[in-house]
Design a protein around this ligand. Structure first.
Ligand SMILES: NC(=O)c1ccc[n+]([C@@H]2O[C@H](COP(=O)([O-])OP(=O)(O)OC[C@H]3O[C@@H](n4cnc5c(N)ncnc54)[C@H](OP(=O)(O)O)[C@@H]3O)[C@@H](O)[C@H]2O)c1
Length: 323
């Protein structure tokens, strides 16, 4: 098969070995994949590949089932149109993936639209509702609201009835986040978000924060949380080390949760993907949730796709078309 090979700083589409099917896996003939910020980190050597995962970039894909392992218990048939959450291997023509991490694509969706779903919807749903236990009516602050994960999180909050507030890099992105369902937002480079959150919540603070920024937001995040608020940290775009006001944590009875989807056990990923297929896909099929795609380009242009993501100018996903 062909797949992306990392050669120096270049991403080259070239012949590589086919994946080997394990008995609890299916092989997908990939029609589209998508870029995640973690791919850029992995490419620069700053994201160790989990043990046993493919060294090929790519955390999600959509395509057709080509082979089914002997011990797969499901109603999958060869030719089914599916999308999948991967531990790696998405920038390729074929991938072998545990069957539990595969779901049929929402009805009426193209492969390009479906490839934009698994990683960001799994991340947003898992962290808001399973890790931080965002409950009915509770409020959320979503940092990087215009990111792939952010645009998914806003829309899930909307259909679940959780009011949310966002931060993003410019006013246009904030307006687009509001169109998706956010109640308000603030430009991260122009305003300190603590004050904006306090105004939005009548000084109560938010119940949950979804934070991919880390160190340089920690203090402001703690100050933005309500009593018994939860901060779920999913990324470190603003650094990994800082100091912490433990008194604030104690007095407000706060929780900080660190979370990575990629190295979760297959059983957890299976549960998340099942929930997406059963619970969220109907909202996608009805149009209440939309796949937010900034750009679709060919997999041969993966380097350009990474440059787009690194520019911080995208709104939603960059999708890679295969074949
Ligand atoms: N833990 C997990 O399991 C998991 C899974 C998936 C993703 N993630 C993390 O979630 C984040 C979003 O991923 P994605 O692929 O959806 O990203 P993305 O689409 O590439 O969007 C990231 C956005 O973050 C903002 N940003 C960049 N640098 C920043 C900084 N230093 N401080 C604050 N904001 C910054 C930029 O938007 P603005 O300029 O508009 O703010 C940028 O467009 C990443 O940090 C990723 O590593 C974690």
């Amino acid at each position: 098969m062909k797949a992306i090979s990392q050669e120096g700083n270049h991403l080259i589409w070239k012949n590589q070995s086919d994946p080997v099917l394990k008995e609890d896996e299916v092989i997908i003939n990939i029609k589209a994949s998508a870029v995640n910020r973690a791919d850029l980190l992995q490419r620069s050597g700053n994201y160790p590949i989990p043990e046993g995962a493919s060294p090929i970039l790519g955390l999600e894909c959509a395509g057709e089932i080509e082979e089914i392992g002997d011990k797969v218990i499901s109603d999958f048939r060869k030719g089914d149109q599916v999308c999948a959450l991967l531990a790696g291997g998405g920038y390729a023509e074929r991938v072998s993936v545990p069957a539990g991490q595969v779901v049929k694509i929402p009805k009426g969706f193209s492969f390009e639209q479906a490839a934009a779903l698994p990683e960001v919807y799994a991340t947003a749903y898992f962290n808001l509702y399973m890790e931080a236990n965002l409950a009915e009516g509770e409020t959320a602050l979503i940092h990087a609201g215009a990111s792939g994960v952010g645009t998914a999180a806003i829309q899930i909050c909307k259909v679940k009835g959780n009011p949310c507030f966002v931060t993003a890099g410019n006013k246009e992105k904030i307006s687009r986040c509001i169109e998706l369902g956010a109640e308000g937002g603030t430009v991260r480079t122009e305003e300190n978000f603590v004050q904006a959150v306090n105004e939005w919540t009548n000084n109560n603070g938010v119940d949950v924060i979804l934070d991919p920024v880390g160190a340089n937001y920690l203090d402001d995040n703690l100050n933005s949380l309500s009593l018994e608020g939860r901060l779920v940290m999913i990324g470190l775009m603003g650094g990994a080390e800082t100091s912490i006001n433990l008194a604030l944590m104690l007095m407000k009875r706060l929780r900080i949760i660190g979370s990575t989807l990629r190295n979760q056990p297959i059983s957890t990923k299976t549960r998340i993907m099942y929930i997406l297929g059963e619970y969220l896909w109907p909202f996608l099929e009805s149009g209440d949730i939309k796949p937010i795609i900034d750009t679709i380009i060919t997999i041969e242009e993966a380097e350009k796709a990474h440059e787009l993501i690194a520019s911080n100018k995208t709104f939603g996903k960059v999708v890679l078309k295969v074949n």
